[in-house]
Design a protein around this ligand. Structure first.
Ligand code: FAD
Ligand code: FO1
Length: 458
C-alpha cells in the first residue's frame, strides 16, 4: 500500500469535487515555478503515485499579463526553460499552452483524460478570476496547494488581519509545526502519453506584447541561479541585515525578491536555512520577520481584501484623513507621465525612479520614500495609488506581487500601519522626507553612484 505523507496533504484543500478520467494527474503551475521544494508539485506527484498514474505539468502563458513587459517575461521564461529540462530528467512532462487558462485548460484536460487537477494558491484577482471562470467548465476533482506561504494562508487566518502584530502570534503558534523538511520529488515511474514541445526562449519572447522595458542582464534567472544567490546572500549580505538593510549604499538586503516572486526558490527552504544557520541573532530575527511575517501578511491582505489595490481598501482612519487633506496645496504637482520619466525637482526621487526604469529594482528602504513622495506630488490619493502600482508593476522585476500591493497600500494608505502626527497632504499617514533619508544614509553617494553599483547592491 502506498504510504501518504500527511505533511504534504495539509498544505492543500479541495476546491472542487468531481470525477476524473483515466489519464494523468495534471499540475497547473503558475506561481511556484520550481521543481525543488514545491508543495504543489509534491502533492500532485503523491496523488499520481497513489493512483499509479502519469504526472503532467502545464503552464498557461498569457502574453498580455497586466503590466508585465518583456523584462518580466524574459526572466520568467528563462526559468521555465530550465524547469522543463529538469522535470524531463525526472520523467515529468512540462507542457506550455499559449493563452488564458480558462479557455485552454478545459480542452487540454478533456483531451488527456485528466484524472485530477492540482493548482497553486494565489490571492491575486487575476488568478482568482481565472479559477472562477474555470470552475463551471471542469468536472474533475481540483485541489489547490499553498506552496508560497509556510503556513497555508487559509490556515493562518480566516480574515483580513489588521497589522503585523495581529498576524504574528497566529503565525508563531503554527510555525514550528509547518517549518518542516521537504520530501524529495522522485523520478516518476509512470510515463505520460503527452509529448512536450521543447520551450524556445527566443520564439516565446517574440510573442510578448508589451516591450516597454527589456530584459535585465545583471540577474540570472532560474532555480540554479536562485540557489546560488541564496548561498551568496547567506554569507555576504544577511549577516549584516539588522544594521545595514536601511542603507541603500551597502549590500544589506538579500536581493532575492525576483526569485521569490517567480517561485524559483522556496521561502520555506530559505526560512528554514536561516533559522538553523549561524547568522547573528538580530539579523536572523529581523530577516525572518520580513520573509515570514510581512510576506505572509501581504498574502493575507490580498486574499481577504478583494479591492487590495484601491483607495477603498485603506483603513477608515486613513481614508478619513486623506479625504480631509484632499484639497491641501501640493508643494509640487507632477503628472503620472512626468513621474514615469523621473522628471521631478528631487534628485533622490529621480534616482529611485531611474533605478526602477533601468535596473528593474529599487532598494527596499527607498521604496517607501518613492511611494510616499508620489502621494505628496499627485493631484489626489487615488491617482497616487494608481501611479505607484502601475510604475512598480511595469518596471520592477518583483512587481505584480501581493508584497507590492501591500507595500504601496502601507506607504500611501496606512494599511497595516497606525496614525502618525498630522501633516499637510499626508494627514495622519506616516510621512518620509529627503532630510530624514539623509540622517539614515549618505544620500548623495547613492545619487551619484554608478548604476553598476546599484546592481551589486539590490
Ligand atoms: P529582503 O529585505 O532581503 O527580504 C527578503 C524577502 O522578504 C523579500 O524578497 C520579500 O519576499 C520579503 N519581504 C521583505 N520585506 C517585505 C515587506 N515589507 N513586505 C512583504 N514582504 C517582504 N516586495 C516585492 O516582493 N515586490 C514588490 O513589488 C514590492 N513592492 C514594494 C513597494 C513598496 C512601496 C514597499 C514599501 C515595499 C515593497 N515590497 C515589494 C516589499 C519589500 O520592499 C521588498 O520585498 C524588498 O525590498 C525586496 O528586496 P530583498 O529581496 O532584498 O528584501
Ligand atoms: N502566471 C501565469 O500563470 N502565466 C503567465 O503567463 C504569467 C505571466 C507573468 C508575467 C509577469 C509576472 O510578474 C507574473 C506572471 N505570472 C504568470 C504570475 C506569477 O506566476 C505570479 O503568480 C504572480 O504574479 C504573483 O502572485
Amino acid at each position: 500500500m502506498f504510504q501518504r505523507n500527511t505533511d504534504i496533504d495539509r498544505r492543500s484543500r479541495l476546491i472542487a469535487p468531481g470525477r476524473g478520467g483515466d489519464g494523468p494527474v495534471v499540475y497547473w503551475l503558475s506561481r511556484e515555478q520550481r521543481a525543488d521544494d514545491n508543495w504543489s508539485l509534491l502533492f500532485a506527484q503523491q496523488e499520481a503515485l497513489d493512483r499509479q498514474r502519469p504526472l503532467v505539468v502545464v503552464f498557461c502563458l498569457v502574453t498580455d499579463y497586466p503590466e508585465a513587459t518583456l523584462r518580466h517575461y524574459h526572466f520568467m521564461l528563462t526559468g521555465l526553460v530550465e524547469l522543463q529540462q529538469k522535470l524531463a530528467g525526472l520523467g515529468i512532462v512540462l507542457q506550455l499552452l499559449e493563452g488564458s487558462p480558462e479557455r485552454l485548460l478545459p480542452p487540454f484536460l478533456a483531451d488527456t483524460g485528466a484524472h485530477l487537477l492540482v493548482s497553486d494558491f494565489d490571492p491575486l484577482r487575476i488568478k482568482q478570476g481565472w479559477k472562477k471562470q474555470l470552475r463551471p467548465r471542469l468536472s474533475l476533482p481540483w485541489h489547490e496547494v499553498d506552496g508560497h506561504n509556510i503556513i497555508p494562508a487559509w490556515v493562518t487566518s480566516e480574515k483580513r488581519e489588521y497589522a503585523a502584530y495581529t498576524i504574528r502570534p497566529k503565525i508563531n503558534r503554527l510555525l514550528d509545526s509547518y517549518l518542516t523538511d521537504f520530501p524529495k520529488l522522485v523520478p516518476h515511474p509512470y510515463p505520460s502519453a503527452v509529448a512536450a514541445t521543447p520551450l524556445d526562449l527566443k520564439t516565446l519572447c517574440a510573442r510578448v506584447k508589451d516591450r516597454r522595458s527589456g530584459p535585465v542582464s545583471w540577474l540570472q534567472s532560474g532555480e540554479k541561479a536562485a540557489a546560488g544567490a541564496v548561498a551568496t546572500a547567506l554569507v555576504q549580505r544577511l549577516p549584516g541585515y539588522a544594521d545595514r538593510r536601511n542603507n541603500p549604499c551597502l549590500p544589506g538586503q538579500s536581493g532575492l525578491s525576483p526569485y521569490l516572486h517567480f517561485g524559483q526558490f522556496s521561502a520555506q527552504r530559505l526560512a528554514k536555512t536561516v533559522a538553523a544557520g549561524n547568522l547573528p541573532p538580530e539579523s536572523r530575527d529581523a530577516f525572518l520577520e520580513e520573509l515570514v511575517v510581512r510576506r505572509e501578511l501581504a498574502d493575507n491582505y490580498c486574499l481577504y481584501e478583494p479591492e487590495y489595490d484601491t483607495f477603498a481598501a485603506f483603513p477608515s482612519w486613513a481614508r478619513n484623513t486623506l479625504h480631509s487633506h484632499r484639497l491641501d496645496p501640493r508643494p509640487y504637482l507632477y503628472s503620472p507621465a512626468s513621474l514615469e520619466q523621473a522628471e521631478t525637482h528631487d534628485p533622490l526621487w529621480n534616482r529611485c525612479q531611474q533605478d526602477l526604469l533601468t535596473v528593474g529594482k529599487l532598494h527596499g528602504y527607498l521604496r517607501m520614500y518613492w511611494a510616499k513622495q508620489i502621494l505628496l506630488w499627485s493631484r489626489e490619493p487615488e491617482e497616487a495609488l494608481a501611479t505607484a502600482i502601475s510604475l512598480n508593476d511595469r518596471y520592477s522585476l518583483d512587481g505584480r506581487d501581493p508584497n507590492g500591493y501591500a507595500g504601496i497600500a502601507w506607504s500611501i494608505g496606512g494599511v497595516h500601519d497606525r496614525a502618525w502626527p498630522e501633516r499637510p497632504v499626508f494627514g495622519k499617514i506616516r510621512s518620509m522626507t529627503a532630510s530624514g533619508c539623509r540622517r539614515k544614509f549618505p544620500v548623495d553617494l547613492y545619487i551619484q553612484s554608478p548604476r553598476e553599483t546599484a546592481l551589486s547592491l539590490f
